[in-house]
Ligand binder design. Sequence first.
Ligand code: WT7
Length: 632
Amino acid sequence: MQINSFEAYQQAYKHSVENPEEFWAGIADNFLWKKKWDKVLSWNFSEPNVKWFEGAKLNITENCLDRHLAEHGDTPAIIWEPNDPEKDPITLTYKILHVQVCRFANVLKKNGVKKGDRICIYMPMVPELAVAVLACARIGAVHSVIFGGFSAQSIADRINDAKCKLVITADGSFRGNKQIQLKEVIDDALIGCPTVEKVIVLTNTRTPVSMIKGRDIWWEDEVKLVDANCPAEEMDAEDMLFILYTSGSTGKPKGVVHTVGGYMVYAGYTFTNVFNYQPDEVFFCTADIGWITGHSYIVYGPLSQGATTLMFEGIPTYPDASRMWQIVEKHKVNILYTAPTAIRSLMSFGTEPIQGHDLSSLRVLGSVGEPINEEAWHWYNEEIGKDNCPIVDTWWQTENGGIMISPIAFVTPTKPSYATLPLPGIQPVLVDEAGNEIEGNGVSGNLCIKFPWPGILRTTYGDHERCKLTYFSTYKDMYFTGDGCMRDQDGYYKITGRVDDVINVSGHRIGTAEVENAINMHSGVVESAVVGFPHDVKGQGIYAFVIFGNSQHDEDLNKRDILQTVTRVIGAIAKPDKILFVSGLPKTRSGKIMRRILRKIAEGETSNLGDTSTLLDPAVVEEIVEGAAKLR
Ligand code: WT7
C-alpha cells in the first residue's frame, strides 16, 4: 500500500479517480475485517449520505493491537515522554498496550458502558489517554475527547450535546511549569450535566480532588477489579467511532462524527504513505490527542500500521527551547510532525538551542494546522532537516479524518509553502463565488472536494441539517472546505487560509461568533466584533473591537475582566490578543457589521479601506483607525 515513486503516485491517483471503489477496496484489503463489505461506496452529497464498506464488520482496536501481537508484540507501540525531563519515559509495547486497553475496556463495561454510549474524555497527554480512547473503541462506545484547555462551560456544552454517560479524567495535568486542575474543571462542568452517571479519575499530579460517592471512582482501583480478557465488539463499518467538536463560522462548536471502517482505512493509508513510515521507526506527532491530528496521527493511524508513536506530555519550550531537539535525540525520532506555530516559536530562539543535539535520526518532517510561511519552511528544512529531509506540508481538516493534500515523502517534489498535490482518492476543485468550477492552472478560488473519500465526516452529531448546511449547501454537490486556495502553473495547491469567519490561532480553529458571544457575556459589554489578524508566531491572532458601557473601573481592568470572561466561557485558547474599545462599529444600513473593514484595520492596512459610503455612520471608521494605531 506504500507508494514509492512519482509514477506510482500518478498511477494510484488515476486509478482512484477512474475506479474509486476498486481502488479503495484494494487499500482496505490491507486491514483486518471480521467480515468484508457488500458494497464499497454509496453516496450523495445532497442529503448528504456517504457510506463506505457497507456490510463490513470489524473492530478498529483489533487492527491497532491484536493483529500486531503475534509478530510484533514486543515492538514499542507508545513511547511516552513526560513533561519533566528528569522523569523516566514509559514504553508500552503492543502486548502491554493490548492488555491495558482490554482491562480498561472491562472497567467501562463494569460501570455500565454499552456499545453506542458516548464517553467524554478530558485528560492530560499521558499513555492512559490513548488507553481510554482505544478502550472505548474496543467495546463500541463513542469517544468524545475534549482538549485540556477548554473551560467547564465548553465541556458542559459538549457533554450535553452528545449526552455523555461517563467522563474519564485525571486529577490534574502538567504543562511546562504549570499544573491544571482537570478534575476541578470537570466538577464545575458536571453541575450542568444530568446525563453523566460516573467519573473515572486517573491519578497523575496527585493534587487534592473532591471525590463524590456513587459518582467518582479511581482508575487505579477499578483496573484491579477486572481481568485482561476483553473480546472486541463486532462493529459495522458505518457505526460511529468518535465525535470531535470543532468550531465553524456560526453558533456553538459542532460534533464532527467519524465512523469505524472508512476512518480507519483513511488514517492508516495516509499515515503510511505521506510519512513513508518504515518498520521500527519512531514517529513523533507533537499535537494533543484532544485535536484530530492527535486522533489520526498519534493513535489510530500509527497503531493501525504497527508503528511506534511517541507521545509527549509537555510543551516545546519547557524547561527550555531545546526540549524538542532533546526528545528527537533521546528517542532517535525518525519522523517529526508538528505545526508552523511551534516552528516559528522555536525559530525565535535562534539556532543555539539546536546546537549539540544529534538530529541525524530524522528522515521526514511534517507540518500541519495552518499555512506554513516560506521563512519557517526554510528554517525547518535547513536547521532541523539539514537540507536532507523531505517536508510534507499536510493540508486537511477535522472533518476529513486524515491528510488530503500533501506531498508524499520521497515521492512528490516539494515547494516551500505548498501543500502540493492531492493524495489518491481526493478530487479537489476550485470554485468561484457563483459556484462555477475554475479549471486550468494559475488560478485561485474556494477549495471544494467533489468526490467522497473514506475519512469524510458522516454527520454533525444530533443535527444532520447543520452538516448539510455547513459543508454541502454552499456549492451544489460539493464538500466545501471553508478554505481559499491557489493552484499554480504546475497544478500545485497552496492553501491561502479560511474564507469564512473562522480564525486559525496556532493551528486551532476558533469561530469569531463564539468569541463574540463570550465577550458579550461580560456585564459591561454592549456589543463586540472579532476578526483575525496576522500574528508572527500564532499565524493569526484574535482582535476584538468592543463597545463598553459606563464603568467605574479603568480601561485596563475592564480589558482584563473581558479576558477572564472569555477564559471562563470558552477557555484560555480563545482569549483575544488585542482589545480595542470603540464607541461604535462599522455597520451597513441594514445593521450588518462590515468585517472586511475591521479586518483591514486589524491588519494595519488602513490606507485602502475600500468603499465605506454604504455605512450607517462612516465617522466611526476614523475613530477606530485612530484607536487601532495607538494600540499597535
Ligand atoms: C483548518 C482545519 C487537521 C489539521 C489540524 C487542524 C487549516 C490545516 C493546513 C496546511 C494551510 C492548513 C485550514 C483548515 N490548515 N492544515 N497544511 N496549510 N492550512 O484541523 O482544526 O480542523 O482546522 O486548518 O484552514 O481548514 P482543524
